[in-house]
Design a binder for this molecule. Structure first.
Ligand code: SF4
Length: 466
């Protein structure tokens, strides 16, 4: 029997890339590859790239420079190493990568991961292989079903892709160009995936998509199902105790989603809902197609449906032409909403996007100063949210042994890590934990004998005025 070949994947960026890396491992398992944590003994190294961050492609080329040295060392030892570039930089700049980086054997876009075995064979026969088209016949062909052993090794929480691509064309964003138009997977395929995961010990499912709540997959009844209806169906699958979804757009929050939050105990009361700015002029320039008031109304609908719901968001500071007054509108929105956490970034142009051609820039010093003010405010809200847990008893889904001997770590409904001293037998269970203290972002507590009382009261009460 041939010894297994070793595969090392280095992933950057979003949850979708983490998930895609797992799918590439599953696809290549059929070709005799096993994963290795070390790049040095790998037969195949895949850089799973992200185009969102600043200077993304330059970072890929410098990583490829380091990999070329490892590849040359392997060749001197008589061992062949292949290098593949995947992800959104591969999609956006495939031809350029082939031209600039002779060390690269395969370039593969996100819609073509199911062709990796054929691309590797093509590279073996012809030296190089490139595939970055959007195949129209089967957008989700890259989803090779994972083997039971792989599912069990990944633990009790799993991502499931339900939707790919985006039609929104926010002026700062490359996703519509790198991931293509919005397409939803049929309901039946998602149910099959979730049942297979549940049968192999998965207890929590996070449905993912670039615009997950734009989901409109075909149901078994031949009708189009929205995300809320899909969540209702998945909540019936035995073994699945928690459901989440990410990332949502405020414009696509419909009644079915609100009703799912009202009706499903297994749908976690924590929603990532990017707003990007609190200024209507900036939102219009970003082509977000909603106002600050629209966003507030969406938040109000969620809160009316489920009192303990909490939110996180994304913000861009220093979008072209953003004035101090417009930035203040963002701070005001954060104060009014009260977040459990948020990601905030300084604007940087992405080549090929409309915002990259906007002339009115904000100085680097102003951007730095605004980012600090925004992050201080968000940090204070997050800290208030976490501190409010102390003394409460909340449900925790236990995931794995923690680094400290004897400790088991899990997550609350709001994704906060929570540690208790307990037997590993509790892994995979949801148990009430009385929170005693907070260490940075982690909660420490002990297992409570009784069922958990209601979660913290309205987040806005805890954070307004922070
Ligand atoms: S909705 Fe999200 S993924 Fe789509 S263009 Fe806007 S920022 Fe990008």
């Amino acid at each position: 029997m041939k010894p297994p070949r070793k595969l090392h994947i280095k992933s950057y960026g979003c949850q979708m890339n983490v998930y895609d890396a797992q799918r590439m491992v599953d696809t290549l398992a059929g070709e005799g590859f096993v994963e290795t944590a070390s790049v040095d003994d790998a037969d195949l190294v895949i850089l799973n790239t992200c185009h969102i961050r600043e200077k993304a492609s330059e970072k890929v080329y410098s990583e490829l420079g380091r990999l070329r040295v490892v590849k040359d060392d392997a060749a001197r030892q008589g061992r062949e190493m292949k290098i593949a570039v995947a992800g959104c930089v591969a999609q956006a700049e495939g031809e350029e990568i082939i031209r600039r980086a002779p060390t690269v054997d395969v370039v593969v876009g996100p819609q073509s991961y199911h062709h990796l075995p054929q691309l590797l064979a093509r590279a073996q026969a012809h030296g190089r292989a490139l595939e970055t088209e959007f195949p129209v016949e089967d957008k989700f062909g890259f989803l090779a079903p994972p083997k039971p052993a792989a599912i069990r090794a990944r633990g009790i929480s799993s991502f499931v892709t339900v939707q790919e691509g985006c039609d929104k064309f926010c002026t700062f964003c490359v996703v519509p160009y790198t991931r293509g138009a919005e397409v939803s997977r049929p309901v039946g395929k998602i149910i099959d995936d979730v049942m297979r995961l549940a049968d192999n010990g998965v207890r929590e499912i996070t449905l993912i998509g670039q615009n997950v709540n734009a989901y409109h997959g075909e149901g078994p009844d031949g009708r189009t199902w929205p995300l809320g209806r899909l969540l209702h169906r998945l909540a019936e699958i035995p073994g699945i105790v928690r459901l989440r979804y990410s990332t949502s757009h405020p414009r696509d929050v419909d009644d079915s989603l609100i009703e799912a939050h009202r009706d499903l105990a297994s749908l976690m009361p924590f929603v990532h809902l990017p707003v990007q700015s609190g200024s209507d002029r900036v939102l219009a320039a970003m082509n977000r197609r909603h106002t600050a008031r629209d966003y507030h109304e969406v938040i109000d609908r969620f809160r009316a449906a489920r009192q303990d719901i909490a939110f996180s968001s994304d913000f861009i500071v220093g979008f072209p032409g953003e004035t101090e007054e417009e930035f203040s509108a963002t701070l005001a929105l954060v104060m009014q909403i009260g977040y459990a956490g948020a990601y905030s970034f300084k604007y940087s142009p992405r080549p090929g996007t409309p915002a990259a051609d906007m002339r009115e820039t904000v100085s680097a010093a102003e951007m730095d100063e605004r980012l600090v003010r925004l992050q201080d405010l968000i940090d204070s809200q997050q800290s208030a949210f976490n501190k409010a847990m102390i003394g409460k008893t909340v449900d925790v889904l236990f995931e794995r042994a923690a680094r400290n001997p004897g400790q088991i770590v899990g997550r609350t409904a709001w994704l906060q890590p929570a540690h208790v001293m307990a037997s590993p037998d509790i892994i995979g269970q949801v148990l009430p934990v009385t929170i005693e203290s907070l260490e940075r972002y982690s909660l420490l507590g002990e297992l409570a004998p009784a069922a958990a009382p209601p979660a913290p009261s309205s987040l806005s009460q805890m954070t307004t005025g922070a």
